[in-house]
Design a protein around this ligand. Structure first.
Ligand SMILES: [Zn+2]
Length: 615
């Protein structure tokens, strides 16, 4: 009996032990999984630079030889507009430049340059010098770029056959641009043009001397981008006639056609912001949510929208940056009576962090940080009473986030409705030094004069300007073209969306969330097929990449059998687009080359000297 009892007890003990062990095993697996997730979250791919390593774009440019000459005229509006674009494009590409105002200066010493960019439609501004410039191309291997559609007049007629034009017949409407597959990232299809007009000269080119890279409409349309061989040198001509921020990638790609090998720094990052998230979920119902799902807004956010967004994050490796906002009151005197639903904040916030995402600041409420500003009836916002009121309310948001997410570093600020006045910016930088990124918008919109319209840049304190380029789930032609252009200019995607897109008729609510989600999915599919090796970043990682992009100053040394890239201000990582115009790459040391399209590659440098041998 005794032994049976002992056996039973022993069995019970073993059974219990087994169960305990199984539970322990499950707990361990869960713990490992969770810590794995946490580890991935904590482990940033790129971190912000230490302050002493910050180099602004302007400082980086000082060490670059000025071998690009810009010709413009302060008497010509279109020329001045082009100059304002090209100053940024060339600074970002780290091309050293001199700009010459032909309204009161003469061209001299062109032999000191390797590229001349002619910022005119009307070539009479350049006058007789055009012939000298053409001779310089022919005899000395000069490179001349015409980014604007060239008007027909006596001066242009004199050089037309040299730049590849055999005949021309008036003007053509450019309502879409077909980009050669091998020329640009995202090529092989046509991109719609908004505000289209007859902006292209209807030209017939000499097939022997020219190569066409983009056309109107389709593969057989009017040539919009081409290069023309001329003696020892080359012309590159743009004929699409647009010159604004959304076309910068087309200009960068055109410029990269010069030289045996050409290269320019890029950011290489893809990031997605969720505006007003976490925030208070609106109460009640919304017309299109009731129509499609028969449920409340709250239920839609929690059980439909957020799971869908997380699925997209899994599918493409996206890391979201949510922008926290405490309430939607209109207190502008520093009163902070909000009673946020902390449970929702914690749930959404923690899920976001566990997915490798990040939380940034949006505001105590949605009133833009501005004092005494006129919203001109465009927005129903109020202006803050004074500096102290803005500071107090913003401090309340900071404390609220610290309390909910105590171990999380927050460094991103996105202004409500993309409005941030100078006084608001000053307050944030001065009083909240943890803020290292201000993220406004990239493409101009009809907004107020204190809209935060930015370039990718960094100031001497390391605070990054990181504009978001496109928004929403239903991208229009303008945004699609802008997105494609920016893949070629900075190798970036920078997108934001709101949880209430599916509620707002202006952002496509009528289509229904399922269709909106499909359209967003289509965009993501296009993005990651066009740029399969683009780095998925949180907002802060993206800013870290902007800091490196701003700092680098690359120099190319060409040899018979290799190209050597010396990168000044290299820290730990530098990214470039590199085009092998007349050479073929073989082996590389100091980095990695990944083919993008045609003769265009992504160069990821991990040392300050990169050597690429030729085949
Ligand atoms: Zn917002």
């Amino acid at each position: 009996m005794g032994s049976l009892k002992a056996k039973l007890q022993n069995f019970r003990f073993k059974g219990t032990l087994m169960i305990v062990l199984i539970f322990a095993l499950i707990a361990t697996i869960l713990f490992i999984e969770l810590s794995g997730v946490r580890y991935r979250y904590a482990q940033k791919e790129l971190t912000l630079l230490p302050k002493e390593k910050i180099v602004t774009k302007t400082v980086a440019l000082n060490s670059i030889k000025k071998d690009t000459l810009l010709l413009y005229s302060s008497n010509d509006k279109a020329s001045m507009n082009a100059l304002s674009q090209f100053e940024v494009i060339l600074a970002d590409m780290k091309y050293g430049t001199n700009a010459l105002d032909l309204a009161n200066e003469e061209i001299d010493g062109i032999e000191n340059y390797s590229i001349i960019i002619i910022l005119f439609s009307d070539l009479s501004h350049v006058g007789e010098m055009l012939i000298d410039i053409c001779n310089w191309v022919h005899e000395d291997g000069g490179c001349v770029y015409f980014p604007l559609t060239i008007d027909k007049n006596a001066y242009s007629s004199a050089i037309e056959n040299r730049i590849g034009i055999e005949a021309s017949y008036g003007y053509s409407l450019v309502d879409s641009i077909y980009v050669d597959k091998d020329f640009m990232i995202g090529g092989g299809k046509a991109y719609g043009v908004t505000d289209a007009y007859e902006s292209a000269r209807t030209v017939q080119l000499n097939p022997k001397t020219t190569r066409v890279y983009a056309r109107e409409g389709d593969k057989n349309g009017v040539p919009l981008i081409w290069e023309a061989d001329y003696g020892d040198g080359k012309f590159v001509v743009n004929n699409f006639g647009m010159c604004d921020k959304a076309y910068r990638g087309f200009f960068a790609a055109s410029l990269s056609l010069f030289g045996e090998v050409s290269l320019y720094p890029v950011i290489n990052g893809s990031t997605f912001y969720l505006d007003d998230f976490p925030s208070q979920i609106p109460d009640g119902n919304s017309e299109y949510i009731t129509r499609d799902f028969g449920t409340t807004i709250r239920d839609f956010y929690i059980n439909i929208w957020w799971p869908d967004m997380m699925n997209l994050s899994d599918k493409y490796g996206i890391k979201y940056t949510g922008l926290a906002i405490e309430c939607y009151d209109d207190a502008i005197d520093g009163t902070t009576d909000a009673t946020p639903d902390t449970g929702t904040f914690l749930n959404f916030g923690n899920m976001l962090l566990r997915k490798g995402g990040e939380i940034g600041y949006h505001g105590y409420n949605h009133q833009p940080l501005a004092i005494g500003r006129d919203y001109k009836g465009i927005f129903e916002y109020k202006s803050w009473k004074d500096y102290a009121s803005m500071e107090k309310a913003f401090g309340h948001l900071v404390d609220f986030c610290d309390e909910l997410f105590p171990d999380v570093n927050m460094s991103i600020y996105v202004p409500p409705s993309n409005l941030l006045a100078a006084e608001g910016r000053e307050m944030l930088i001065k009083e909240f030094p943890q803020i290292k990124t201000l993220s406004g918008i990239y493409l101009p919109d009809d907004v107020l004069d204190f809209a935060l319209l930015q370039e990718y840049d960094v100031d001497e304190n390391g605070v990054v300007d990181q504009p978001r380029i496109i928004s929403g789930c239903d991208l229009d032609d303008f945004m699609k073209l802008g997105a494609m252009s920016e893949l070629n200019m900075h190798y970036v995607n920078n997108h934001f969306t709101h949880p209430d897109d599916a509620l707002d008729i202006e952002r496509g609510a009528e289509l229904g969330w399922k269709e909106l989600k499909n359209r967003f999915d289509n965009y993501l599919d296009w993005l990651y097929k066009s740029a399969p090796n683009i780095r998925n970043f949180t907002g802060t990682e993206f800013s870290a990449a902007v800091q490196r992009f701003a700092a680098v100053a690359p120099k190319i040394e060409m040899y018979e059998d290799k190209v050597v890239v010396q990168i000044e201000n290299f820290y730990d990582d530098a990214q470039f687009l590199i085009r092998f115009n007349e050479k073929k790459s073989d082996t590389i040391t100091g980095g990695r080359l990944t083919h993008l399209t045609g003769n265009l590659y992504l160069l990821e440098a991990d040392r300050e000297t990169v050597t690429i041998s030729f085949k």
